[in-house]
Design a protein around this ligand. Structure first.
Ligand code: SF4
Ligand code: SF4
Length: 74
């Protein structure tokens, strides 16, 4: 599942309307992805102008030292 790299997110919400299952919502100044709703279609990855939405594979690589900075709804 993609995740939102909070420090890159500019908070304009472009990704929110792109998600076919409404898994993305805004929380304060950044987007969050609802893991329970996400169907991993990848649509949000291509629309984000800030490369704030990253593929899950990248999250796995950084897990352990940076994961607390990546936001998603559990
Ligand atoms: S499109 Fe990217 S920068 Fe814009 S709200 Fe979504 S994650 Fe943040
Ligand atoms: S991968 Fe698809 S379903 Fe998951 S948050 Fe992005 S647009 Fe929504």
């Amino acid at each position: 599942m993609p995740f939102v790299k909070v420090e890159n997110c500019e908070g304009r919400g472009i990704c929110v309307s792109e998600c076919p299952v409404e898994a993305i919502s805004m929380e304060g100044q950044h987007a969050v992805i609802d893991r329970k709703k996400c169907i991993k279609c990848g649509a949000c990855l291509s629309v984000c102008p800030c490369e704030a939405i990253r593929p899950d594979s990248e999250n796995s690589q950084s897990r352990g030292h940076e994961s607390s900075r990546h936001r998603s709804i559990e």
